[in-house]
Design a protein around this ligand. Structure first.
Ligand code: PMP
Length: 394
């Protein structure tokens, strides 16, 4: 069979392939990126399912509007006002099938084949995958410990007028766990403001902060071509597939709405109504606080074990929230090779390769800490440390 060029250029999920080997019960896996299932509010959702059906009857089972359920959009608008003082109206908000769908919609609306996207290097591999379907040209800009390199961003934008948008994950970044500093946000805003490009801020992890203060967004609420993405996946449940896209740019929203309509008519209304009932009848803040405490304990267990068992030549990020730690091995050490050795010791992680658009056989890797107990985390890191010492002894 002859497939489309864009299909052949789109990477299949490396992580999914890895998860096939890492999901065996005796493997300690730091590979996935899943929320911990003990954080799902199952009982409360059971009540909300019953309650939402009692209240809304057939409406849960009928077709609905493309923009999404109005009370849910109002809830999101109110939350931005309360948390950030940002003034959004429900018309500025589109409910999407996870924030992943928003990535797909944006690239369809903005990109012709061969046009440019600025990507963080390293960047979210699900975004690389979603954008690849539009056959773009990727421009990598280095992600530093405090965010994108602003000078390199400026040079890249100045040199390439085919760039349509910049994709960022400003809080507890996937895969690195880093958060953009306030100064970096300001510097990036100043650069982006000079160019006719869209700035995407994808923020599924921002609420999972255990250290430091919540920071203002880079462009949301003040940049004309700003798109902010949010998600209920990491704070309530990913299985309901509920995310959202926020922009005050009405023309952009109109086009996104058209593509959304063509894609799936609307986001699952059954899920939207149940989630809204859950949010209206429970204290989301205290629920999120429980998730934060859980992940903080797990992150500390991993960081403490790394300090104890890893050679000092191995560098890693120390996140203030979110789900990931990014490890940089000694120059010249292959993370893929390390992965093969680790799998023999029954420990898994994601080698860095799929997080780059133009690099292979890198010396970086992603660790996830949200799915193992502190004891298991210590044991897994101990085994990895042993291999790392044997690698650096060569
Ligand atoms: N963006 C980032 C940065 C992510 O890490 C993820 C989930 N891994 C998503 C978007 C997609 O999340 P969802 O579709 O579940 O909202």
């Amino acid at each position: 069979m002859k497939y489309s060029d864009k299909m052949l250029k789109t990477p299949s999920s490396f992580i999914r392939n890895i998860l096939k080997v890492t999901n065996a019960p005796d493997v300690i896996s730091f590979a996935g990126g899943l929320p911990n299932p003990i954080s799902f509010p199952i009982e409360e959702m059971q009540n909300s399912i019953n309650h939402a059906i009692e209240e809304n009857g057939a409406k849960l089972f009928q077709y609905s509007t493309t923009e999404g359920y109005l009370p849910l959009r109002q809830y999101i608008a109110d939350k931005y006002k309360k948390d950030f003082g940002l003034q959004f109206d429900p018309e500025d908000i589109l409910i999407t099938t996870g924030s992943q769908q928003a990535l797909q919609l944006i690239s369809q609306v903005l990109l012709n084949k061969g046009e440019g996207i600025v990507m963080e290097e390293p960047g979210y591999l699900g975004a690389i995958q979603a954008f690849s379907l539009a056959e773009p040209q990727f421009y990598s800009v280095a992600l530093e410990e405090d965010g994108l390199n602003a000078e390199q961003l400026e040079e890249t934008l100045a040199a390439n007028d085919n760039i349509k948008f910049i994709y960022t994950v400003p809080n507890f970044h996937n895969p690195t766990g880093i958060t953009y500093s306030k100064e970096k946000r300001e510097a990036i805003y100043e650069v982006v403001n000079k160019y006719d490009v869209v700035l995407i801020e994808d923020d599924p992890y921002g609420e999972l902060r255990w250290n430091g203060e919540k920071l203002p967004y880079i462009g949301a609420g003040r940049l004309e071509n700003s798109v902010l993405l949010g998600s209920f996946s990491k704070i309530v449940t990913p299985g309901m597939r509920l995310g959202y896209l926020v922009t005050k740019n009405k023309e952009l929203m109109h086009h996104i709405n058209t593509v959304k309509q063509a894609t799936d008519l609307h986001t699952n209304i059954f899920s939207q109504m149940i989630l809204h009932d859950y949010l209206a009848s429970n204290d989301l803040e205290s629920h999120v606080q429980k998730i934060i405490s859980l992940y903080e304990t797990q992150a500390n267990a991993m960081l403490n074990a790394m300090a104890k068992y890893f050679p000092s030549s191995v560098k890693y990020t120390k996140p203030d929230g979110g789900m990931f730690i990014w490890v940089t091995l000694e120059e010249g050490t292959s993370a893929l090779d390390f992965f093969d050795k680790a799998m023999k010791e029954k420990v898994a992680f994601v080698p860095g390769d799929p997080f780059y658009t133009d690099k292979t056989n890198v010396n970086t890797l992603r660790l996830n800490y949200t799915n193992s107990s502190p004891e298991i985390i210590e044991e897994g890191i101990k085994r990895l440390g042993k291999i790392l010492y044997s690698l650096s002894a060569k």
